[in-house]
Ligand binder design. Structure first.
Ligand code: NAD
Length: 280
């Protein structure tokens, strides 16, 4: 059992939890993720570790309440526990001294760039962060990012904060102004694809953190398979980060929607049961 120590709502459907998980906190590296389960027969969901503190023995997870399990997770309170959390899983981000790095985060995906930012700064890189969201209320952890980044750019689709437009608009400007040695993008598939298309003509090394459907997270089930230069790879044990110029994004997007109807049905039944329970 993993005790929830803190919980905070960061944006309309985004919650953050600080969880007591000493073993995971001691071994977590930037780019790792965990798989959690709320009960013995529950769905297993992968979440990127957004922060960790090895001294306190805690990990921080952010999640969007968009389905049955994430909605149920969001109803847990500090003092309650999560049944299972396995991790740290996946390869850590391959971080070293690159020079000029640009981290591009879209929506909730942006927060998971936080450990990568801290790690890159710890090994002598200049790091620009571009954080994009549909609107101001959906921007996450601005202060934390500002504290570590050499440069911090905000974009919103509606212009309610920072520059109006997509993260790719800001990225194009930066690439035109200076040499960029590394780009890491985390966010919706369409955004990671668009970022990879911006950097491709310049030959800039571009890593994207893939979020395919995942079940057990240790390479046995194959649910998270992705095509990288035509070869099948498992995002859980061979990723989650891959070279953005080699990813078949179209296949990733279509596989992500595979269980959309079942997910919607499970969510509907969950909400119906909650209403019934609250009335009895
Ligand atoms: P969103 O749709 O609101 O988009 C966020 C931002 O991404 C936009 O403001 C824009 O700047 C950019 N963007 C979106 N589409 C674009 C396009 N076609 N071209 C250029 N830029 C574009 O995002 P959301 O609803 O918050 O979703 C966040 C996504 O991040 C989810 O899909 C989630 O699965 C993913 N995620 C991934 C990880 C990971 O580790 N890979 C972790 C957390 C979240």
């Amino acid at each position: 059992m993993f005790k929830i120590l803190q919980k905070q709502t960061l944006a309309p459907i985004v919650d953050m939890m600080v969880i007591d998980a000493p073993y995971i906190a001691r071994h977590a590296k930037a780019g790792n993720f965990v798989v959690l389960r709320l009960n013995e027969r529950g769905e297993r969901i992968p979440l990127t570790i957004a922060d960790s503190d090895s001294e306190k023995g805690t990990i921080t997870l952010l999640f969007q309440k968009i389905g049955k399990t994430t909605e149920a997770l969001g109803r847990l309170k500090p003092g309650q526990s999560i049944r299972d959390i396995i991790g740290p899983l996946g390869h850590p981000s391959p971080l070293k001294s690159y020079g000029n790095c640009v981290l591009v985060g879209g929506g909730i995906g942006a927060a998971t760039l936080y450990p990568i930012l801290k790690a890159l700064k710890g090994i002598d890189n200049t790091v620009t962060v571009i954080m994009g969201a549909r609107t101001k209320e959906l921007l996450l952890w601005e202060d934390k990012f500002r504290k570590h980044a050499d440069d911090f750019v905000i974009t919103t689709d509606d212009g309610s904060s920072g520059r109006k437009g997509f993260v790719t608009d800001a990225l194009k400007d930066i690439i035109n102004q200076k040499t960029v040695n590394l780009v890491i993008a985390v966010g919706p598939v369409k955004m990671m694809k668009a970022v990879s298309e911006v950097t491709r003509p310049y030959g800039i090394k571009t890593l994207v953190s893939l979020n395919p459907l995942m079940v057990e997270g240790t390479g046995m089930c194959g649910a998270c398979r992705v095509s990288i230069t035509g070869k099948t790879r498992f995002a859980c044990i061979e990723g989650p980060e891959f070279d953005g110029h080699e990813v078949d994004f179209q296949e990733l997007e279509s596989r992500q929607g595979f269980y959309k109807e079942e997910e919607a049905e499970a969510y509907k039944l969950f909400l119906k049961k909650r209403v019934k329970d609250s009335r009895s």
